[in-house]
Design a binder for this molecule. Structure first.
Ligand SMILES: Nc1ncnc2c1ncn2[C@@H]1O[C@H](COP(=O)(O)OP(=O)(O)OP(=O)(O)O)[C@@H](O)[C@H]1O
Length: 358
């Protein structure tokens, strides 16, 4: 399996940048998700990696070898990269076995090797019993597994997946996520997975690149994105909770800063001495009658085992979990702990200054 790397990668369509200075390395065997809102450039990055588009600037390397950039362009069929689309792209007139065997026929592998590899790929994706069926006789999840088997069979250097579960219903998506996770564990394939479903990205990936407007805002493990978002966009886009402005009090200890948040002094984790905002996850809030900060309940939904409260506190919307149902309009006390402070690049910070996030 191969390492993928992007260096100063830019792609412009009709003068509009779809990708803007992408720099990232994906380790051999790593499962990376590209996550971001519609139009942020996820598919463009995948298509450039596959070789369906040429970069406007910058380079793409596969295991150190330049495949695009610096005057070089390796065509898709010579990159040995597997691709799984949301539309499956199976041959309708071929059986499952023949679909899976096809990449090996193109590569002119001897028949006995072909049979062995196809049998392995079908077994790995749980399709052995369906080998003689036509694609039209399969469910959506089974078709996607055929696409996966067809990609795995030629032992690609990396596998690119473009919203592979977008056409499936919720229950099937969950079970297919398990299939992808198993596929990754068993093959150790380098995987680049495009999705706009953050639950999928956080559940499956070793690291997630959060993209916005053609740029990578943060590239980190799911738990880091959740606990230590780099800016307002990532804090708001990934996970539940609130992003509110913070004011420095000037006090700090070794690991934390004392900040003024919603009129309260709160100790906060931080990677910067000059934060502008805090991310307040639902777990960071305790509903307590003793707490000085008062908030009005604006919504209450049952999540199974606990309730999710939406609160209005000093004009900001907070999200909290509570063991009991709360009445809409009820006023509760809110205590904050274990919040994360960061400096949003769009905001300049000065000591004592109050900032607002538009
Ligand atoms: N062939 C093209 N010609 C012109 N513009 C394009 C082309 N392909 C993509 N774009 C533009 O580039 C930007 C990024 O598109 P891209 O498909 O990469 O986004 P995405 O993040 O995959 O979105 P989605 O989640 O909706 O699929 C968009 O503004 C899109 O309109």
């Amino acid at each position: 399996m191969a390492e993928l790397s992007f260096s100063k990668l830019t792609k412009t369509f009709d003068d509009a940048p779809a990708l803007n200075d992408i720099n990232a390395q994906i380790r051999s065997g790593e499962f990376v998700a590209l996550l971001g809102p519609s139009g942020c450039g996820k598919t463009t990055l995948l298509r450039l990696t596959a070789g369906f588009e040429q970069p406007s600037e910058g380079e793409i390397r596969v295991d150190g070898e330049i495949v695009a950039g610096a005057g070089r362009f390796v065509p898709p069929e010579a990159r040995e990269i597997g691709i799984v689309f949301q539309s499956y792209a199976l041959w309708p007139h071929k059986t499952v076995r023949a679909n899976v065997s096809y990449p090996l026929e193109v590569r002119r592998l001897p028949r006995d090797q072909r049979q062995k590899r196809v049998a392995e790929a079908l077994a790995l994706t749980g399709l052995t019993a369906y080998a003689d069926r036509m694609p039209s006789q399969l469910s959506g999840g089974q078709r996607q597994r055929v696409a996966l088997a067809r990609c795995l069979v030629f032992e690609p250097r990396a596998v690119l997946l473009d919203e592979p579960l977008a056409n499936l219903d919720l229950a099937l998506r969950a079970s297919m996520q398990d299939v992808f996770a198993m596929f990754h564990r068993r093959t150790g394939a380098t995987m680049l997975y495009v999705t706009h479903d953050q639950g999928e990205a956080l559940a499956l990936a070793d690291r997630v690149a959060v993209m916005e407007s053609g740029r990578i805002r943060q590239f980190a493990a799911p738990e880091i994105l959740y606990r230590e978002p780099a800016d307002c966009f990532v804090a708001g886009f990934v996970g539940d909770g609130a992003v509110v402005s913070a004011r420095l009090t000037g006090r700090a200890d070794d690991h934390r800063l004392l900040l003024n948040v919603l009129g309260q002094q709160v100790w906060s984790r931080s990677a910067t001495a000059m934060p502008s905002h805090v991310s307040i996850r639902p777990e960071a809030i305790t509903i307590s009658n003793d707490a000085a900060l008062r908030a009005r309940v604006t919504n209450c939904t049952y999540l199974g085992g606990r309730f999710r409260l939406t609160l209005d506190a000093a004009g900001e919307t907070l999200v909290a979990f509570a063991p009991r149902r709360a009445a809409i309009g009820e006023v509760v006390g809110v205590a904050m702990d274990d919040i994360w402070a960061f400096r949003d690049p769009a905001h300049e910070v000065r000591l004592g200054e109050t900032l607002t996030y538009a």
